[in-house]
Design a protein. Structure first.
Length: 734
């Protein structure tokens, strides 16, 4: 290389570095950030009594509707905090960022050791519980409710001698689905629930069964025999598992049919792939066909297998549910929280008080890079709707979450989204929080919980995340959380007044046909409905009934407009796709780079890059009348020195981003530039400040002019300071 070319390359590198520095700025939110704002967005610290179910809602004892903006926290070597001062500081931070709910997970793991000690001694050790007890005491003091997940990790089976494992690769899932049909493990889980819920928190004076701030429980985390049977064509069932199931299947058939003749009359003989000459109920030799054989057997045998699996799930949840109630817990109960087909969902609806569900935007794909754990990210926008000709990952990116939520929204039951996230290292991580908040509000769901607060097993004090799902280290989500929490909890985004119904089956036989056809796949097509029904009105599922005639309310091709007129999703053309929220007290825009000025009714926004902006009235007035307005604008973030490369293909996915080095602190937030304008009465008493990370205010310049109607228009720029937050204060004439 010549000296001239070397100089040009050196100068280009300098300018590239300057450009990068200007595009991102340090924004590491402290783990104990207790005073981030000059105003209070925390939840009032008061207990409202035990939450109950009323139709499709959660309500307090006084009849007031309950809505929860939550975060999941997993047990580890670092959590619960051993230091009470740390516990109080962390709770205060959660409160200031708008959280009014915590979902605790991993309470059976070895590092927490409560379960292991109990299994050995039969005693819930108060010393081991002290950290959790005190943290929950502080939550209650701050007005934050909680839920305890006591049956999530199936590695409890390691402590039961002779229990047969499944073939799952993950060590903590080695007893998934096995726990559902093994009586020893089932009995231990029942006793574990009873003893844990009977433990009295010495700081509150209440047991976990009687504490009204313990909002709900889920019988078993992410488990169903349908998953074990259908996942990878039963490949995760061991031979020992299959032998046990075959023995149980024969007992099930004997009770139902009693004789070989009756069974053969239903299934047919060997020529119709029914009962073979070597099979007999009396000798218990009827074969239990696995998922890869199901298409080659008679329809009635397939139906019997599906109903047998149904009975396993049903009997399990009934027994654990009974144990939880016997301990005195009076809050709502859900059965499980994953999508495992129509059979399992029907059990959830019929046995549960509400439906609990998980769903992610851009869940990272776990991988290995040079012997180390790494993450793969598809890095695709969820805003533009791909047609059937597009690649599989684009179709999944657009609709999978909403297909799953829709399939779980059962008529007459609340749907609680207890686990969601949008992978933090995606360039589009700002999309999921705004889209899901608008969707959950429109649908009238009572709660949504981001998972999880910190990187799994890592110190909650760490300044940067080592996993992309660490919400506390994600400045995009944490910056949005205060305004989204207010808008969601206070009902600023209107709930739809219209309910469209999708019917799974016309009768009982048709239902089991759908169970067998769908298996555990998330519905790729919606019964009776277009995908857009999710965003124009309430969408609910009915298991059996007549097919419904439902309309999709849109104003133009390529657009979903809610019946409330507050949510406008313009999904086409893809390069201009955006979502607008135009409620009276809350506005939002997520969308493409270099938008023209977008009128959100009361305030206008123009963005120079793809990003999200939220606008909320802090004085409970419409934006057009508000004297205190909080604005947040975010795009993406990364850790300092984070390295990534591009894989042209990974399985079914194309152009996948691979994180080769997670990087370090400080965390860098991308600057969002653009312009905001709103009408004001006069030019008096206007104050516009950037809220800095340390809580100080930096004044922003603004202009005041008249529009064509003679109204005063206030205008100011985004991105002038190293902060996503702006506070507008002004005086209105009333």
């Amino acid at each position: 290389m010549s000296k001239q070319h070397a100089l040009i390359a050196f100068i280009a590198t300098i300018f590239s570095s300057i450009s990068l520095a200007n595009d991102f700025y340090p924004f590491t939110i402290p783990w104990d950030h207790v005073d981030p704002f000059p105003f209070d967005l925390s939840v009032p610290a008061q207990s409202r009594g035990q939450v109950q179910v009323d139709g499709e809602q959660f309500v307090y004892e006084d009849g007031q509707r309950a809505r929860f903006w939550g975060v999941g926290i997993g047990s580890s070597s670092y959590f619960p905090p051993k230091n009470k001062k740390d516990a109080k500081a962390l709770v205060n931070k959660l409160s200031k960022y708008g959280f009014n709910f915590v979902r605790f997970t991993g309470l059976e793991i070895k590092k927490f050791n409560v379960y292991q000690h109990w299994h050995k001694t039969g005693v819930i050790n108060p010393e081991l519980m002290d950290g959790l007890d005190y943290f929950i005491f502080e939550l209650k003091q701050a007005g934050i409710a909680y839920s305890l997940t006591l049956n999530e990790s199936s590695d409890k089976g390691n402590l039961i001698e002779g229990l047969n494992k499944n073939l799952h690769k993950s060590k903590w899932k080695k007893y998934k689905f096995v726990q559902l049909f093994d009586p020893r493990m089932r009995d231990i889980v029942k006793a574990w629930h009873i003893d844990f819920l009977s433990h009295t928190n010495k700081y509150t004076g209440l047991s976990y069964a009687e504490d009204p701030d313990h909002i709900y429980m889920t019988v078993v985390g992410e488990d169903s025999i349908f998953k074990g049977y259908y996942e990878k064509d039963s490949e995760e069932l061991s031979k020992a598992n299959t032998r046990t199931l075959e023995k149980m299947f024969n007992a099930y058939l004997l009770k139902k049919y009693q004789t070989d003749e009756a069974l053969k009359a239903s299934w047919g003989g060997v020529l119709s792939s029914g009962l073979s000459l070597s099979e007999s109920l009396s000798s218990g030799t009827v074969e239990f066909s696995l998922a890869d054989q199901i298409d080659g057997i008679s329809k009635n045998k397939a139906k019997d297998i599906a109903q047998f699996l149904y009975e396993i799930d049903l009997n399990y949840v009934k027994e654990i549910k009974s144990a939880i109630r016997s301990a005195g817990f009076k809050g709502p109960l859900a059965m499980t929280n994953g999508w495992y087909g129509w059979g399992n969902m029907r059990i959830n609806a019929e046995e549960g008080d509400f439906i609990d569900m998980h769903g992610y935007f851009e869940h990272p794909i776990r991988s290995n890079y040079r012997g180390e754990y790494t993450e793969l990210i598809t890095n695709k926008s969820h805003l533009s709707k791909p047609d059937a000709k597009k690649s599989i990952e684009r179709r999944r990116a657009f609709g999978r979450n909403f297909y799953k939520f829709y399939g779980s929204a059962i008529e007459g039951k609340p749907l609680f989204l207890s686990e969601w996230n949008h992978g933090g290292w995606s360039e589009y991580t700002y999309e999921g929080p705004v889209i899901l908040t608008a969707y959950a509000a429109l649908q009238g769901f009572p709660g949504m919980v981001i998972h999880t607060l910190t990187s799994h097993g890592k110190d909650f004090k760490k300044e940067f995340g080592e996993r992309s799902l660490a919400a506390s280290n994600n400045p995009v989500f944490m910056s949005l959380s205060p305004s989204l929490s207010q808008a969601y909890r206070l009902g600023y985004i209107s709930e739809s007044k219209t309910t469209n119904i999708g019917t799974v089956a016309v009768d009982e036989n048709d239902f089991w046909k759908q169970v067998l056809q769908q298996k555990i796949k998330v519905p790729a097509t919606l019964p009776d409905m277009d995908f857009g029904t999710n965003f124009v009105a309430k969408a609910r599922i009915r298991f059996i009934g007549e097919k419904q005639k439902n309309g999709v309310i849109t104003t133009a091709k390529g657009r979903y407009l809610s019946d409330t007129k507050e949510i406008d999703w313009q999904y086409s053309p893809s390069k201009e796709a955006r979502l607008e929220v135009k409620a009276e007290k809350f506005k939002a825009l997520i969308g493409p780079a270099k938008t023209k000025e977008v009128d959100l009714e009361g305030i206008k926004v123009q963005l120079d890059e793809h990003a999200a902006i939220t606008v909320i009235a802090l004085d409970d007035r419409p934006i057009a009348d508000s004297e205190s307005i909080f604005i947040t604008s975010v795009s993406s973030y990364k850790n300092s020195s984070q390295q990534r490369d591009l894989l042209s293909r990974h399985g079914a996915y194309r152009d996948v981003v691979r994180i080769t080095d997670v990087g370090q602190a400080p965390v860098m937030l991308k600057r969002v530039s653009g312009r905001v304008s709103l009408q004001v009465d006069n030019g008096n008493d206007i104050k516009i400040d950037a809220i800095m990370l340390d809580g100080t205010l930096k004044p922003l310049t603004y202009t005041l002019s008249s529009d064509k109607t003679g109204s005063n228009v206030l205008e100011f720029d985004l991105g002038k300071e190293d902060s996503p937050w702006i506070w507008v204060q002004l005086t209105r004439s009333f």
